[in-house]
Design a protein around this ligand. Structure first.
Ligand code: HEM
Length: 405
């Protein structure tokens, strides 16, 4: 399975982006060799720039925790020629560093505490049951459109205070933002539409606050010496909307594909529903949907794993490789649903580690347990080899997953 890639010159190898035909869930086979022999190697990204590819678990953690490695182009991705030296947008917290980032992170944290996420569990179960009922009314479905995508999407709308009726438009725009197939102009237009849409909702909340995340962010920031501006708020809203559903939806479908591959493993999980929390962490490790890793930019010289990275150079923390590092996870290419994979890197590490991770895990737990319980005969309608994988998108996943039961 090969992704789009550009030919490189000067002897610098291309960024490894192929997936083996033998297993669509395994990352590029080159990573195993790189971890053993060349843990920091220079690669040419499809956008044309060169970057240090960091492939070992411990080196990835040290990169992601190092304040000298800036996040200023994070989320846009090294596969696109997106970094033009401009400062990040106000409110785009994934790209901000130091105190600017900490200011927004502090304001957002209250929305994602374990207590708040647990309080959402009954709502998540309710909408999951509704989508399951709708599936059970027929005899086949597309697990992506009919189940995996609407659940996290409805949850994030409920949290933010965004009317779910508008989901067709923002789901389309957020897909454009995470796809490499869309060009710069299409991505810019999608961002503008989403920001205008959120901007209107925020203006309304400023006049008439509601019991939702946008209203609470406004109120919380008003108590600090720097209230949030409308552009900051709408960018934060767009980031949460986009980050909050594509990733989780893809994890739900891919996880189900992995479970369906091995009926015995799936039966064991069905028989021990209390182990779903551990199983979800292992699926996050094994699948690592942020499939090309995280980009950082050296603002000073830094030594990583014994190699000097000079100021002005790019670094990519290859999360899929770190999560298959045999030094940390024995027999890493095997799914072991009982494995203690709590420290996996699927949500990143350091100051930007995913703020929504507890929410994502609860959504996955509820979605997978409900499918196992209520659709015991669930199976793929077509063999996995014919499935349409998102090989060129920031988030790995399936475009469609026809199922029957
Ligand atoms: C399985 C699902 C998810 C995965 C794999 C995932 C992965 C990640 C990763 C790897 C990062 C770090 C980016 C970096 O360091 O450059 C991140 C950050 C972030 N994620 Fe998630 N995420 C998921 C679900 C969610 C959800 C459900 C939300 C919100 C509702 C969310 C909101 C965010 C935000 C706002 C950030 C930026 C945090 C910061 O810059 O401090 N994510 N995510």
């Amino acid at each position: 399975m090969t992704n789009t890639r550009t030919a490189s010159g000067n002897g610098i190898p291309d960024f490894p982006v192929s997936r083996p035909d033998s297993c669509p869930f395994d990352p590029d086979e080159t990573y195993t060799r790189l971890r053993a022999d060349d843990p920091l190697s220079l690669v040419r990204c499809p956008a044309g720039m060169d970057a240090w590819l960091v492939t070992r678990y411990q080196d990835i953690r040290s990169v992601l925790a190092d304040p000298r490695l800036s996040s200023r182009a994070a989320g846009s991705d090294h596969m696109l020629p997106s970094y033009d030296g401009r400062d990040p947008l106000p409110g785009f917290m994934i790209q901000l560093d130091g105190t600017e980032h900490a200011r927004l992170r502090r304001l957002m944290m209250g929305e994602f505490t374990g207590r708040r996420v647990e309080a959402l569990r009954p709502y998540i179960q309710k909408i999951t049951d509704e989508h399951t009922d709708a599936m059970l009314a027929g005899s086949s479905a597309d697990l992506v459109q009919d189940f995996a995508l609407p659940i996290p999407s409805q949850v994030i709308c409920e949290m933010l205070g965004v009317p779910y009726e508008d989901h067709t438009a923002f789901q389309h725009d957020s897909e454009v933002l995470t796809s490499f197939e869309a060009d710069e102009a299409a991505r810019a237009a999608a961002t503008r539409r989403l920001e205008d849409y959120l901007g209107e909702l925020i203006e309304k909340r400023l006049v008439e606050p509601q019991d939702d995340m946008l209203s609470r962010l406004i109120a919380r920031a008003a108590e600090t010496d720097r209230p949030l501006t409308v552009p900051e708020l709408s960018t934060l809203g767009v980031l949460t909307l986009v980050a909050g559903h594509e990733t989780t939806a893809n994890m739900i479908t891919l996880s189900m594909a992995v479970l369906l591959e091995d009926p015995e493993r799936m039966a064991a999980l069905r028989a021990a529903p209390e182990t779903i929390g551990t199983a979800v962490k292992e699926l996050l490790r094994y699948l690592t949907v942020i499939q090309f890793g995280l980009v950082r930019y050296a603002t000073e010289d830094v030594t990583v794993g014994g190699t000097k990275v000079k100021a002005g150079e790019w670094v990519v923390a290859a999360l899929p490789s770190g999560n298959r590092d045999e030094r940390v996870f024995p027999d890493p290419d095997t799914v072991d649903l009982g494995r203690r994979a709590r420290t996996n890197l699927a949500f990143g590490f350091g100051p930007h580690q995913c703020i929504g991770q507890q929410l994502a895990e609860v959504e996955m737990q509820v979605a997978l347990s409900t499918l196992l319980r209520r659709l015991p005969g669930l199976r793929l309608a077509r063999p996995l080899e014919q499935a349409d994988f998102k090989l060129n998108d920031i988030v790995h996943g399936l475009r469609r997953m026809p199922v029957v039961w």
